[in-house]
Design a binder for this molecule. Structure first.
Ligand code: PLP
Length: 431
């Protein structure tokens, strides 16, 4: 091995591989409906104007030196107020740690808690848990989620794995599924964690929950976002919540995240991150402190932002529902949160009129790209092997007036599989 065992064995990201294929097609002059990107087009979804102005203002006032290792006090104070007003979460400044986005915080948490061989439990499909587990040489315990549970893990599925585990990672709203924990579902998981910790001796490592709520402000319809600490009084010592401006404020490139947790864990993470130097830049910290200090502006931005994302997700969802009603072999889960729609294109094992047989999720992804000019991320890129017909469609770069054309293009591609349509209608009518 020429390099460290860690980097020699780090598998390339499936999501990036697919993204690169799409980039190549675009560079070759092909026109595509690109729903792969877990990012925002700033021309469609700019960051809040007040935040932008405040960041520029901070540069003009020469806030360009090192920030505090744990995040500037004024920023942690405004995060404290923001989470109290908008999320009913109550943490003081010493329980808040700021870094350059959600990723360094997740990284620091894994390294602060896990030793080689420690059990890390995570559901699939999910985002990047396999990589962080690999970093710490942990033992990955993968929980396969199911379509009927909207691809959210259940207490029943998690329970057998908890003895001896160090970390359980949960995410809601979920990337890739775009779905949320219901209160009762999350409570049941919390109760298991509390019971497991009660069984452990004083000198044993506790079981912690990494609660990734990067999409916490992007909730649609009648849905509600819940945090373990808010709904289960026993969860506070074991929950580390990670959040950021990246998704909720369309600010992926601003690089600002925070986590909330017990002071003891936060302190360990701080020491680690200080050496990595993953501070959020000083002017961004000043800008965000000013923006979060204006709850009226925050609410105004969020209401508009949610509305435009929901419009797109709903239009996509209705488009798929229409195709389904017409007998096409497709399905979707009603959008609940984040910027994603889960869509099923059930062509596995089918042969097209042009002689193409779909035998794997890779075949299906390539077929959609070639025939429908539709670029999407298959669930296998999120570690899920058992759902080869499911895809994530992301609306962060989608134009409203394009969705109908994309649906027509998908319909034409599906028309190449008349036998699949017949099978699907027979199933629908119980034949
Ligand atoms: C669920 C989830 N958590 C964390 C992150 C990382 O966020 P950040 O860009 O703030 O590092 C992402 C980014 O796509 C995500 O989808």
């Amino acid at each position: 091995m020429k390099f460290s065992q860690l980097s020699e064995t780090l598998a390339p990201s499936e999501i990036l591989k697919i993204g690169n294929r799409v980039k190549q097609a675009l560079a070759g002059g092909e026109s595509l409906y690109n729903y792969t990107i877990g990012d925002f087009d700033p021309k469609i979804f700019p960051i809040p104007g007040v935040l932008e102005e405040a960041i520029i203002g901070a540069y003009r006032e020469h806030f360009t030196n090192y920030p505090l290792a744990e995040g500037n006090f004024d920023l942690r104070k405004s995060i404290r107020e923001y989470i109290s007003i908008f999320q009913d979460l109550h943490y003081d400044e010493s329980e808040i740690l700021v870094a350059s986005g959600g990723r360094p915080l997740i990284f620091a948490l894994f390294f602060s808690l896990c030793d080689p061989g420690d059990k890390v439990i995570f559901p699939v499909p999910s985002w990047n848990n396999n990589y962080y587990t690999h970093f710490v040489k942990g033992t990955a315990v993968v929980v396969d989620t199911r379509e009927e549970n909207r691809f959210m893990p259940t207490a029943e599925e998690i329970a057998p794995h908890l003895p001896g585990a160090t970390l359980l990672t949960l995410c809601s709203p979920q990337n890739p599924a775009g779905t949320l924990f219901r209160k009762e579902e999350l409570w049941q998981i919390c109760e298991l964690v509390v019971q497991e910790n009660a069984r452990r001796g004083a000198d044993e490592k506790k079981l912690y929950v990494l609660y990734d709520q990067l999409y916490s402000q992007l909730i649609y319809g009648q849905g509600t976002h819940y945090n373990p600490v808010e709904i289960h009084s026993g969860m506070r010592p074991y929950t580390i919540t990670v959040d950021a401006v990246s998704k909720s404020f369309a600010a992926t490139g601003v690089r600002l995240g925070w986590c909330l947790g017990p002071g003891t864990v936060i302190e360990k993470m701080k020491v680690l991150l200080t050496l990595v130097g993953a501070w959020a830049p000083m002017p961004e910290q000043k800008g965000l402190a000013a923006f979060l200090g204006q709850p009226g502006e925050v609410a105004l931005f969020l209401n508009r932002f949610r509305l435009s994302l929901h419009l797109r997700l709903e239009q996509l969802y209705q488009g798929i529902e229409h195709l389904k009603e017409e007998g096409y072999p497709v399905d979707a889960i009603a959008p609940e949160g984040a910027v994603f729609l889960s869509v099923k294109i059930d062509l596995m094992g089918q042969k097209s009129t042009t002689g193409v047989r779909i035998e794997s999720a890779e075949n299906l992804t390539a077929f959609l790209l070639r025939e429908a000019r539709l670029a999407v991320v298959p669930f296998y890129a999120f570690g899920s092997e058992g759902n080869p017909c499911w895809f994530r469609l992301s609306v962060g770069t989608s134009k409203l007036d394009e969705i109908d054309r994309m649906m027509d293009s998908l319909r034409q591609a599906l028309d190449l599989f008349p036998a699949a349509m017949l099978e699907h209608s027979n199933e629908a009518y119980g034949n």
